[in-house]
Design a protein around this ligand. Sequence first.
Ligand code: ZN
Length: 210
Amino acid sequence: MKKWYYLMMMLALALVLTACGGNSSNQEESGSENNSTMENTEEDATNEGTADEGTKEEEAAEMAMVTLKDAEGNEVGTAEITEENKGVTINLQTSDLPEGTHGFHIHETGKCEAPDFKSAGGHFNPADVSHGTETEDGPHAGDMENLEVSADGTVDKEIMNEKVTLAEGEDNSLLKEGGTALVIHAGADDMESQPSGDAGDRIACGVIEK
Ligand code: ZN
């Protein structure tokens, strides 16, 4: 009878051990569940990282704003600059400007000190070429077609400039260190005279800002 007793004890023990083994393997499973939960968390973090990159892409495709003022400090226009696949679009709206043809450029320094706006420097020219579309090695990145101001003093125009970008860090970035500015001149740009098309005085200026 003792033999049977021991045998039963052994069986019971074996069952307990198996049960324990089962438990421990369950724990391992739940442990691995925890691991996979952590992996998921890591994946979430990675996804967040991707989302951040997406946001950066949006930032690169963002806009810049310009408020143009005349020599007396009166606001005479605004421009909304939008990054495109190639270059930028400048959406320009002005008022109270003298009727006629006026040179319109991006200048190399983001500083507009009235009344002469010479603080804006020369034309934005990162490629170091000549001024004007009619010159052999031109134009400047900041050269754009003349504005036609109507009799009521307004301009409402969308201008493409494929030679510049809002992407910071690029040589031709409008948001470079020191900034850039939009300038409207008193006269027409002849697109060939150096260094600025003989367009006369600067009558309005606005810093290009994010
Ligand atoms: Zn120029």
